[in-house]
Design a binder for this molecule. Structure first.
Ligand SMILES: Nc1ncnc2c1ncn2[C@@H]1O[C@H](COP(=O)(O)OP(=O)(O)OP(=O)(O)O)[C@@H](O)[C@H]1O
Length: 231
């Protein structure tokens, strides 16, 4: 469970109030979109879950643990329960598909035998069993995003954070990526996805948290609200 309690975020240098009095809860296994205009505060909110940013005020609980009080040395361990997918894939260009995914297991000190077993399994799951020896620049955008999803799920995180995962993809490829995320969610993984993609939000009929000027202005299940002037 994720819980934001009265979160305010003021960026030090500019004194910009990026998030204002955010209180929300995300249950285990939820699929949640975070939407809103550019500058609404989506990335700021996501960076707080990743513990890349701390709030100026308020508390953030992940599995009943207040991560605003987490010591620096415990952050890497904390992040192991999170998978992250970015718009620009962020794959290592000098490593193959297999090696990119294996690397995520190596850095958290998995045994070689477990890596050799799990990586092909996860690549099959994302539909890339036949691309294991390819390098990222030999893949389409959609395939690269599938590799990044494989990397995000390979350590079995409880939560996956996606920041505009379909931002660089055409509608058909985006649909495939959403189907994949939906099936991962169906296995019990909580998914939080920031997006501008209105069609996808409408299609998924999931929970939609709308931010505007750093505030939650709507939090409901369904698609975009046409009467919503915040989008
Ligand atoms: N490092 C920073 N220092 C100062 N202000 C910042 C910083 N990062 C973001 N902001 C401001 O905080 C507000 C929220 O930014 P944020 O990046 O969270 O928005 P966003 O909804 O993710 O936008 P986008 O859709 O364009 O990615 C914006 O007004 C932005 O200018």
């Amino acid at each position: 469970m994720i819980r934001f309690e009265n979160i305010n975020k003021i960026y030090d240098k500019t004194q910009h109030l990026a998030l204002s009095d955010i209180t929300l809860e995300i249950a285990h296994g939820d699929f949640v979109f975070v939407v809103g205009k550019s500058g609404a505060g989506k990335s700021t909110l996501i960076k707080m879950i990743l513990k890349e940013l701390d709030p100026t005020e308020g508390k953030i609980y992940i599995e009943n643990r207040d991560i605003t009080r987490l010591k620096k040395r415990h952050i890497p361990m904390y992040r192991r329960q999170l998978g992250v997918v970015f718009q620009d894939y962020r794959l290592l260009s000098d490593k193959t598909v297999y090696e990119n995914v294996a690397y995520a297991m190596e850095i958290v000190e998995n045994k070689t035998k477990d890596i050799q077993e799990k990586v092909p399994e996860v690549l099959q799951l994302v539909g890339l069993g036949h691309r294991m020896r390819y390098y990222p620049d030999q893949l389409s955008g959609g395939e690269q995003q599938r590799v990044s999803i494989a990397r995000a799920i390979v350590n079995d995180p409880k939560i996956i954070i996606c920041d505009e995962p379909t931002g660089n993809l055409d509608p058909r490829t985006s649909l495939g990526i959403m189907k994949l995320l939906h099936s991962i969610n169906g296995r019990g993984t909580t998914i939080i996805m920031a997006t501008h993609d209105r069609d996808i939000v409408d299609m998924m009929q999931a929970r939609v948290i709308t931010l505007h000027g750093g505030r939650v202005v709507s939090d409901k299940k369904g698609g975009y609200d046409n009467e919503d002037s915040y989008l």
